[in-house]
Design a protein around this ligand. Structure first.
Ligand SMILES: *Cc1c(COP(=O)(O)O)cnc(C)c1O
Length: 383
């Protein structure tokens, strides 16, 4: 089966007892056993639930992994990876251009717990390999990154991590498996905030971990049950429902984002426009090697400093000023004040999250309307 077919059919077998084409949502907390210990594979919904299991089967199939585990949020999924695959005194080598919440989790939870975290600013695979010593157990990257849209060559990095015997984990939230599958490229672990494109409708928070090798899932599965950060069956249903249109949505997100980016580079109000699909993007060659579309996020540096940004963001009508991304509706975010507020100013500015930077999550509206909205907002803001 190919991607769009898997997205619609894996984990969606009709219900055997009624023929219900769409499997029912199993809202039960517990499962009746025939006699103590004699059951159909389900005992208690924290441990396992049929609606969650269906989604896990689908996620594993879409990413080309052997197994998947769903969590209550993207950060719960990330936390489960760190907590179950790493130990105090071990080292994690991470790309410095990270989701702010991942940075906070590493700095405020895992560093005090004893994990040594080293950040790499340079996106060349060799730069990561140089930090791998005897204590390093995992390399953690996002590609494309949030919000600066830098790329890492996954296959080249995976070759180096494999040679050195460390795990490569990729946060694939921005690309989604519709555009990029890190596991077939050599990664060991993929993490998602399903809150974003996978759910796709800005109405359900969730996370996923997918692994290349089922053996890596054993400690993660244990942690999922032991720590209990699981999503509700209804959340799993909504996420699974969103996934059915993922291939279609990503195609349109890419088309709309490209239109917006190509328009923006022509406008004087933007000092800088970053989109992996533009020929000016420094990592454009990597897009061609590992992605089948440049994604739905465009970042721009606006002229006029913080005040200009504020007026611009108060003036958009279709682009809602909000955190998050990946929904059908367009959003505009100011990373320095919003999503990356947990990052100290000097760290932020070093990686390029400056005060004029805005992140556009280009939705599925008509591209002409989106461009009109940005144009009108720039005028109203006096930029
Ligand atoms: C949003 C996001 C997360 C965190 O996910 P939540 O579902 O909000 O916990 C992690 N990584 C990236 C790249 C994200 O955009």
């Amino acid at each position: 089966m190919r991607f769009a077919t898997k997205a619609i059919h894996v984990g969606q077998d009709p219900d055997p007892s009624t023929g219900s084409t769409i499997p029912p949502i199993h809202l039960t907390t517990t499962f009746t056993q025939e006699s103590p210990g004699k059951h159909k594979g389900y005992e208690y919904s924290r441990s396992n639930n049929p609606t969650r299991k269906n989604l896990e089967l689908c996620m594993a199939a879409l990413e080309g992994g052997e197994a998947a585990a769903m969590f209550a949020s993207g950060l719960a999924a990330t936390n489960a990876v760190f907590a179950s695959l790493l130990k105090p005194a071990e080292k994690l080598v991470a790309f410095s251009d990270l989701y702010g919440g991942t940075y906070r989790l590493l700095e405020r939870v895992f560093r005090p717990w004893g994990l040594d975290v080293e950040y790499v600013d340079d996106n060349r695979p060799q730069a990561f390999a140089e930090r791998i010593d005897g204590r390093a157990k995992m390399v953690w990257i996002e590609t494309p990154t949030n919000p600066l849209l830098r790329l890492v060559d996954i296959a080249a990095l995976a070759k180096l991590t494999r040679e050195r015997g460390v795990l490569l984990a990729v946060d694939n939230t921005f690309a989604t498996p519709a555009l990029q599958t890190p596991i077939p490229l050599g990664a060991d672990v993929v993490v998602h905030s399903t809150t974003k494109y996978l759910g796709g409708h800005s109405d359900v928070v969730g996370g996923a971990v997918v692994v290349r090798d089922g053996r890596i899932m054993e400690p993660i599965r244990f942690y999922q049950n032991a720590a209990g950060g699981v999503p509700s069956p209804f959340d799993c249903y909504l996420t699974h429902r969103g996934i059915k249109t993922l291939a279609l949505r990503m195609k349109r997100h890419c088309e709309n984002a490209k239109r917006v980016a190509e328009w923006a580079v022509e406008q004087k109000v933007f000092e800088k426009v970053t989109y992996p699909g533009l020929p000016t993007h420094p990592d454009q060659a990597i897009v061609g090697r590992q992605m089948c579309g440049a994604g739905g996020i465009v970042t721009c540096v606006l002229r006029g400093g913080l005040e200009g940004v504020r007026r611009f963001m108060e003036s958009t009508r279709l682009f809602a000023c909000a955190e998050s991304l990946g929904g059908v509706e367009s959003l505009v975010n100011h990373p320095a004040i919003m999503t990356h507020a947990s990052m100290p100013r000097q760290v932020r500015e070093r990686i390029g999250v400056v005060d004029g930077l805005i992140r556009l999550s280009v939705g599925l509206e008509d591209a002409e309307d989106l461009i009109d909205d940005l144009e009108t907002a720039a005028k109203k803001a006096g930029l």
